[in-house]
Each structure stands twice: as C-alpha cells, then as structure tokens.
Design a protein around this ligand. Structure first.
Ligand code: NAD
Length: 497
C-alpha cells in the first residue's frame, strides 16, 4: 500500500480536521513536473488551533509528566512503523523532491531511522535531574521541557529534519507544531499518520503546511515557547529576529559552504571517491556538502582528472531509475538558482572544467553537474551556498593558505580533511572553524552534536546536546541534609527509567 498523496484535512489535536480555508498546496514532482498530490494550506486560524492544541496538551498533560520511557515507547512504535514502510517513504520522497531512489533509501529513510535509534538510546541516560552540593549550598537541578515547539523544516531531507526536531522535542516532554516545507508536505502528513497510529496523545503533535506569511504568524505566536528551524540563513535571520520580540528560544540549522582540505599526502583515489557522497549526494542539495575543494598546486591536475572521472560515473536522470546518481533539483526555482550560479562562475572568470551546460531531459528541473577550477576566494561561487551539483576548486600553496581559505567563508557548518597522517589531519581540523570536520570522509555519527559556527546557525542538534535544546534547567535550593537524602532517591529514580 502506498502512502497517501491527497489530503483534505490538517492534523491538529490528534485528529484530521477540516481546514478553515479552501486554499490548497499542490505537490509537483520535480522529475516529471506532474502534480502528484495536494494538501490544505493552513490559515492563521488553523495555526491558532494547532498552537492551542499543543498548549493544552502541554499544560494539562499527560505528555510532559509521563515517564520518559513511556514517551520513548511511542516513538519506538513510530520508528518501527517507518522501518516497515521504508520503501513507501523512499518512493514518496523521490516523487516529492526528486532524490535518486537509492539515496532516498539510504539518506532519506535510513538516516532518520538511525537518528531515532540514537535519540532512543540517549534518552535512557539523559540527566533529567541531578543533585549538586558545594560549600555554598545544595541544589536539585531538573531539566523541564521547554514547552510548545514550532518546528519549521526544509524540503531537501524532509523526513530526516522532521525527525531531527520532533524526536528530541517529544522525548523531553515538549509538544510540537510542525510546519513542513510547501514542497514536501506529504512526508510530514505520512509521519503524522504514524504518530496517530502509535497512540500519541491528542495535541502533542500538530502538522500545518502553510505560506510564508502564515509560517511567520506561527513563529511569532505568543503560545510558542521555542522555534527550531532548519533552512536558509536569510530566513533563519528573519525568524530569529521575530523570536527576539517574544524571547522565544531558538535553534537554527542554516546554510553551509563547506571546504574539503585535501593535503598532499592524501590517497587521491579514496578521496575523490568519498566526494561522490560528501559533495554530490542528493544532487547537491544537502547543507553539509563539501562544495569548496581545496587542493595544492602540486596535485591539482591529477585531482581534476579524477574528479572528471567521478562526475562522469554519476548518471543524471529519472530519480526512480536505480542507476541514477544525480536527480532533478527539487523546484524550478532551485534549478534557476543553480543555472544562475553556473553563469556567475563563467562571467567571474573561473575555469569551467566539467559540465556547465544545459541538461537534455525532456521533463524535470535538471541542472548539469559542474566543476569550476581556478576559483578565487571572493567569487560568488566560492562564497555563496548554491545548493546544487556545482563544485568550486581552489588552489593553495601551503597548509596555512589552505586553512585560511577553508575559514574564508561566512558559513561554518561542516568541513573535511583528507590525509594519510591522522594526527596531522586532526591538528588541521582543529584550525577549521566549523561545527563538524570529517577526517578522510568519516561521519561523526548521530551521538555527536551537529550545528554551525558563524552564519550556519545557533545551537546544536543530535547527541545529548540535541536533547538539551528542548529543556529548561531549573534549580531548587535545598538544605544540605535534605539534598543528601534526595541524592539517594534520585539514583533510585534514575534507575527506574
Ligand atoms: P528556506 O529557508 O527557504 O525554507 C525553510 C523552511 O522555512 C520551509 O518550511 C519554508 O516554507 C519556511 N519559510 C520560508 N520563508 C519563511 C518565512 N519568511 N517565515 C516562516 N517560514 C518560512 O530553505 P529551503 O530552501 O527549504 O532549504 C534549503 C536551505 O536549508 C539551504 O540553505 C540549506 O543549507 C538549509 N539546510 C540546512 C540544514 C542544516 O542542518 N544546517 C539542513 C538542511 C537544509
């Protein structure tokens, strides 16, 4: 059975309810340009209902006061239901946003499952309370859910980012209003359906696809305690300024323009092969991709030859074809943005080494995989996030110059170092100002925090830090002898989780 494509109701207060307006959002498949589904567009009135339901579920319970392991049990059911429908979700996401099907199975469905597993493991030992005693006093410190969370998510990895936010928020006892991207609402509704079937109490999760204006209304809503946003830096800035008015807490996961520093002693074959995913997965539409490739003059030509071989080995086309590695851009607008950057690279004087043409597919919003060399650090294609299969190669003379180039960016999300000397690689990575640095293509995994320095965001997701983002620490001052007794009780309480 396939997942639903057409909805005439919004998921609010644990039910599918009639929207207050007749406005709809059509979902268009980027590979075929055909309409594949539709959902209601939420109005401000619907947002009021969604926030009201989340507020009531938070204030009246039982969700925030349930034992963490009871909450986890419901998320575990959702995890298992996604695993059972793995292929349905992969197909839906390929239809909805054009991710090549083999990557949909891995990064669009495998990744959120792994993330859920990680959060479910971490919640078992999350310190919801601890006792601290010093000569100046004794305290019980608790971590209480922050409240009603507005989660605003992008279209590029719709299930991953929804889980990235909904799972830690729910596990810590918050209630959520999820606002999916208008391009990918079907995945969010399918997820809501699984939460409903898993027995999530009424109002704990609400899903409202909406226009920009209505989404801003959600973010500025006085009933929202926290915004967790993933998307572009421009929108993140705007939403953070709105949050400033109400002192709404924020976590922002924003754009990136990450650099791969390829040192002279790197294994060139292994390095280039790892760029297949590290630089070009999801057709270049992932925030953490290494889109600035830094190579010394000494190994430049050899690198470009290998890179040409890599790009030629990545077929472009119908994302449902399992041999395809580069699919369409998720929107016509995104395709135009990418074409604009290819034009900018040519007119700024970078050397077009690979691609740069117009794709030949009859239907779909395709962009030609493209590599520019001789890119200068202040060119647009070196500084700005393109979000498509376009890579910029910059040359360096020595290691200091490579590190300066890596840090010459308004962004600070991710980075990579390739070398055969791991100690030296770690020292170079230590000088790169980004939230994550991968050595020889190794992932840090989901127990490690993810997030950005500089314009790439505020706060962290994943790992224990990802759970901490949804709690408010609270301190109770206590007499010493009472605190000592509680310390024992606390241990027993923790053991009972
Ligand atoms: P976007 O900023 O245009 O939109 C993101 C979300 O915000 C969508 O739900 C959109 O509908 C909503 N939105 C847009 N304008 C809004 C407004 N004025 N008020 C309220 N909501 C608004 O981003 P996108 O094009 O959907 O996604 C691509 C961007 O996301 C890239 O910049 C990418 O780097 C970033 N991203 C970052 C991460 C990360 O973890 N750092 C992960 C994935 C994507």
């Amino acid at each position: 059975m396939t997942l639903a494509r057409n909805y005439d109701a919004l998921f609010i207060d644990g039910r599918w309810i009639k929207p207050s307006s007749s406005e709809t959002i059509k979902v268009i498949s980027p590979g075929t340009e055909a309409v594949i589904g539709s959902v209601p567009a939420a109005s401000t009135e619907d947002v009021d209902r969604a926030v009201g339901a989340a507020r009531t579920a938070f204030e009246n319970g039982p969700w925030p006061t349930m034992a963490p392991m009871e909450r986890a049990e419901i998320l575990r059911r959702v995890r298992d239901a996604i695993a059972e429908r793995r292929e349905d979700f992969a197909t839906l996401i390929t239809d909805e946003m054009g991710s090549p099907i083999t990557q949909s199975r891995a990064i669009q469905v495998g990744t959120p499952l792994a993330l859920l597993d990680s959060y479910l493991e971490l919640i078992e030992t999350f310190p919801f309370r601890d006792i601290r005693t010093t000569s100046s006093g004794s305290a019980l410190v608790t971590r209480e859910p922050v409240g009603v969370v507005a989660a605003v998510v992008p279209w590029n990895v719709p299930l991953t980012v929804a889980i990235q936010k909904v799972a830690p928020a729910l596990l810590t006892g918050c209630t959520v209003v999820l606002k999916p991207a208008t391009e990918t609402p079907l995945t969010a509704f399918a997820l809501a359906q699984l939460f409903q079937e898993a027995g999530l109490p009424q109002g704990v999760l609400n899903v409202v696809p909406a226009s920009r204006e209505v989404s801003e209304y959600l973010v500025s809503h006085p009933g929202v305690d926290k915004l967790t946003f993933t998307g572009s830096t421009a929108v993140g800035r705007r939403l953070a300024s709105i949050c400033g008015q109400n002192l709404t807490r924020v976590t922002l996961e924003l754009g990136g323009k990450s650099a791969a520093v390829i040192l002279d002693d790197a294994d060139m074959d292994a390095t280039v092969e790892s760029l297949r995913l590290a630089s070009l997965r999801n057709s270049g539409q992932i925030c953490s991709l290494k889109t600035r490739l830094l190579i010394s003059n000494r190994r430049h030509d050899e690198f470009i030859d290998r890179l040409r071989g890599l790009v030629e080995s990545m077929p472009v086309g119908d994302p449902h074809d399992p041999s395809v590695q580069i699919g369409p851009m998720a929107t016509a607008r995104q395709r135009d943005v990418v074409q604009g950057y290819i034009q900018a690279g040519k007119s700024e004087g970078a050397t077009l080494a690979i691609g740069g043409g117009h794709p030949t597919q009859e239907h779909g919003w395709f962009a030609d995989p493209t590599v520019f060399t001789d890119v200068k650090p202040d060119m647009k294609i070196a500084l700005e996030e393109i979000f498509g299969p376009v890579l910029s190669v910059l040359r360096y003379d020595d290691e200091d110059m490579a590190i300066n180039l890596a840090n010459h960016s308004p962004y600070g999300l991710n980075g990579a170092v390739f070398t055969s000397d791991l100690d030296h690689g770690l020292a170079v990575a230590g000088r790169i100002r980004t939230g994550t640095v991968e050595i020889n293509g190794s992932s840090a995994g989901f127990h490690a925090p993810v997030g950005g320095f500089k314009d790439s965001g505020i706060g962290r997701e994943a790992g224990q830090e990802g759970l901490e983002a949804y709690v408010e620490p609270k301190s109770y001052g206590l007499p010493h002898d009472f605190a000592a007794g509680l310390g024992q009780a606390n241990k027993a309480h923790a053991d009972s989780f």
